[in-house]
Design a protein around this ligand. Structure first.
Ligand code: PLP
Length: 420
């Protein structure tokens, strides 16, 4: 692969890193691992000490094409020389092309662009509320979301996120959200009927097709199909958060394609720009109720971000990357299942779609996902937890067969050591 030729150069470490200075000047909102990454090529990363890593985090399911991909380098270089930002006061051809590509490759009719997953979900929440007020005629619309979900860190999206740990100390939260158990149709139907009282009623349901941060939990097909028919009957808007699973991560372009249902609205971000910040909210025409001035973003959909995202889209197509995701995903899962069987007193379950996979540790042992992640990092493999007991595997979508084997060997070694 051509990007492998970048390796020798990238291997030369240079910049000394001052951790103390960093910690003094940067807010400590993150519990960071004590390494600083300074170079990347393909699925490899190097830290400031020159240590090499195999990257199975991809900037948290974001670097679709890995690091220093020739197509990204080309697109960034070309676009910055041409035009990078003008605001949405004017037409932006790159934005139109990206919207057209997503529309042609999904169930949606229209796009709104912003800069992150949380912002895309904010846009969806605003759209859903306006739709509830103006079309469903609900005075006090409620949005149902799931326990253990994750939708972002803004005030509305931590409220939508059904995990108290993200909400603690940030109350009062945004009104109008209610939580139900994921994959539980009885709980959902009960909530819809209980919440229909006076001015209140459920106006929208916001769910991940597969819960990412909540522990890599795939949606249940029967649940989602029943959900779709409930929404069809009631007019309740069905919104999918595709921020982590969309853009080919699962081996299909969108997570909803695994469930045999189409959402009315969906959001995308992480993988869309391959590491360049961009978010999108997509909607079918019937529920596009926004009018000029009702929602906006200064940076949203600028020529730079859109040109890069469009390059990610075209590269996914041209290099047949979804097929790679499918095969590498099967390889990774079957390898992890093998490891799971070998250390069954340590590993409870392996699950996922394509290249988003979780390895859940047994609850009755004193081993957390973070312990596995730290041990793997020492061995040169980057992994990320999804909750306390699930180790998540989300490599770049261009990961090779040999790299998956290499990762599996390290995981086997790490589990075997920790298990003793
Ligand atoms: C990461 C994530 C978000 C938030 O995206 P940001 O870009 O961090 O705002 C929202 N929803 C899901 C499912 C995510 O995985």
């Amino acid at each position: 692969m051509s990007i492998e030729t970048l390796v020798p150069q990238a291997n030369q470490s240079s910049t000394p890193f001052n951790k103390e200075s960093f910690d003094e000047a940067v807010m400590s909102t993150y519990g960071r691992f004590p390494i600083a990454l300074e170079k990347g090529a393909g699925c490899r990363l190097w830290d400031t000490e020159g240590k090499e890593y195999l990257d199975f985090v991809a900037g948290i399911a974001t670097c679709t094409l890995g690091h220093a991909h020739p197509a990204l380098i080309e697109a960034v270089t070309q676009q910055i020389q041409k035009i990078h930002h003008v605001s949405n006061l004017y037409y932006i051809p790159e934005q139109g092309e990206l919207a057209r590509w997503i529309v042609n490759n999904s169930c949606a009719d229209r796009a709104f662009f912003c800069n992150s997953g949380a912002e895309a979900n904010e846009a969806a929440i605003k759209l859903a509320r306006k739709y509830a007020h103006t079309v469903l005629e609900i005075d006090k619309p409620i949005i149902l979301t799931a326990n253990a979900s994750f939708h972002g860190r803004t005030l509305a999206t931590i409220t939508a996120t059904g995990q108290p740990k993200y909400q603690k100390n940030f109350n009062p939260l945004v009104p109008g959200f209610h939580y139900v158990r994921y994959n539980d149709i009885d709980a959902l139907e009960a909530a819809i009927s209980e919440l229909d009282e006076g001015d209140y009623a459920v106006g929208a349901i916001l769910l991940e097709p597969l819960q990412g941060e909540g522990g890599v939990r795939p949606g249940d097909i029967k649940y989602f199909q029943k959900l779709r028919s409930i929404c069809d009957q009631t007019g309740i808007l069905l919104i999918f958060d595709e921020v982590q699973v969309g853009m080919g991560r699962t081996g299909k372009m969108w997570g909803y394609q695994h469930l045999g249902v189409e959402p009315d609205v969906f959001t995308s971000a992480k993988g869309l720009g391959g590491g360049i910040p961009i978010g999108a909210m997509m909607a079918k025409k019937f529920c596009d109720v926004f009018q000029p001035g009702e929602h906006a973003s200064t940076f949203g959909g600028n020529p730079f971000a859109c040109a890069i995202a469009l390059t990610v889209c075209h590269t996914l197509e041209n290099e047949n990357i979804l097929e790679n995701v499918h095969h590498r995903g099967e390889q990774l899962r079957s390898g992890l299942l093998h490891i799971g069987a070998k250390y069954s007193d340590c590993i409870a379950e392996v699950r996922g779609w394509g290249l988003i996979n979780g390895m859940e540790l047994q609850t009755d042992i004193d081993l957390s996902a973070i312990d596995v992640v730290k041990a793997a990092m020492k061995e040169g493999l980057l992994l990320v937890p999804a909750g306390t007991k699930v180790v998540r595997f989300v490599p770049p979508l261009i990961v090779t067969e040999a790299q998956v084997d290499e990762a599996l060997q390290i995981v086997d070694k790490v589990i075997s050591t920790l298990n003793n």
